[in-house]
Design a protein around this ligand. Structure first.
Ligand code: PEP
Ligand code: MN
Length: 345
């Protein structure tokens, strides 16, 4: 359950409720929300306890969020979560008034290549540099990425251009390398978003996580994966819609923008849209990106390559640098036009 107190509830009244929940055997979390005290509990007492707590004068309401969510539930916070990626003046906020674009190649393809792409990404106005070093490929014979060397090339290129970096982590055993190289945003890919062992392992790392939707994942399942991260210590979670598998074969996947308004009601977490892996064809990405921003996306992630026909992976969906720059410019215009409730300032 989630217990939402009145804004004026005093600390000892909140502590009494926390103690009562704990006595019932529940695990309890307190929201970092400053507008009012909010606590969430899992396990322990049921309906009777919820009713008793709801009767307390300092308790405004006791909520049972749909799908059994707790920390990811909208009710656990008063305001939307803002996720800060990177440190210092180059840090990028996802979930604020800006709609940042994450861009870079599908795969890191070498040091000079990454320097070239990072320059194009920075010049195009994108804010975070992406690049895969450990690649989840359908065929074992396809390029699997340069591994740790690729991470080093990504980070070096990002730092040289003042861009925080994002890379996919597929195996908890690689986490020390991601931290040693200081990867700013850990991407959990569509094929791993229900790998609960991985989610638990990376949650404790204190890094923001970009959690992609699985290929056939319902919205509830996706939010439960976010809940795994949060229950294990990561409150900096960004959801990423990247298309789902449907009966449609004309495009790689089907971009499900339906989730944007629904997620806004269900969770306080920011949502980024990846039109590239959804549609899989570069010329269809700009209209889908515009639709995503108009629907309230908190950010976009796309792939860019100066020579897509030579890309080691996902060439058909790679934007050219000039196309990226147009997409970023359109995103800024549309973001300013789109009502972004609660996101001002
Ligand atoms: C990627 O971002 O390169 C990727 C493999 O994405 P997804 O997990 O969405 O397929
Ligand atoms: Mn890709």
């Amino acid at each position: 359950m989630i217990v939402r107190f009145t804004p004026s509830a005093v600390a000892h009244a909140v502590q009494e409720v926390v103690a009562e929940l704990e006595r019932s055997g529940a695990r309890v979390w307190r929201s970092t929300e400053s507008a009012r005290p909010i606590v969430a509990s899992a396990g322990g007492g049921g309906d009777d306890l919820a009713a008793a707590l709801a009767d307390r004068p300092e308790v405004e309401e006791v909520v049972a969020p749909p799908g059994g969510l707790r920390l990811a539930a909208r009710a656990f916070r008063e305001s939307p979560t803002r996720v800060r990626v990177g440190r210092g003046p180059g840090a990028v906020v996802i979930g604020g008034p800006e709609v940042p674009v994450i861009a870079g190649p599908c795969s890191v393809e070498g040091r000079d290549f990454m320097t070239e792409v990072a320059a194009a990404v920075a010049a195009g106005g994108a804010r975070i540099l992406r690049g895969g070093a450990f690649k989840p490929r359908t065929s074992p014979y396809s390029f699997q990425g340069f591994g740790v060397e690729g991470l080093a090339q990504l980070v070096e290129a990002g730092r040289a251009h003042g861009l925080p970096v994002c890379a996919e982590i597929m195996d908890a055993a690689h986490l020390p390398a991601f931290l040693d190289h200081d990867v700013d945003l850990l991407q959990v890919g569509a094929r791993n978003s229900q790998n609960f062992t991985l989610l638990k392992a990376i949650a404790a790392a204190g890094r923001p996580v970009l959690l992609k939707r699985g290929l056939a994942m319902t919205l509830d399942e996706w939010l439960q994966s976010a809940e795994y991260l949060m229950a294990h210590g990561c409150d900096q979670v960004v959801l990423c819609e990247r298309g789902i598998r449907t009966f449609e074969t004309a495009t790689r996947n089907t971009l499900d923008l339906t989730v944007l308004p629904v997620l806004r009601e269900r969770t306080h977490l920011p949502v980024v849209v990846d039109p590239a892996h959804a549609v899989g064809i570069a010329r269809f990405i700009p209209p889908l990106a515009r639709a995503a921003v108009a629907c309230g996306a908190d950010g976009l992630t796309v792939e860019v390559h100066p020579r897509p026909e030579q890309a080691r992976s996902d060439g058909p969906q790679a934007l050219l640098p000039a196309e990226l720059a147009s997409l970023v410019a359109e995103t800024r215009i549309l973001a300013a036009l789109t009502p972004r409730a609660g996101r001002s300032g």
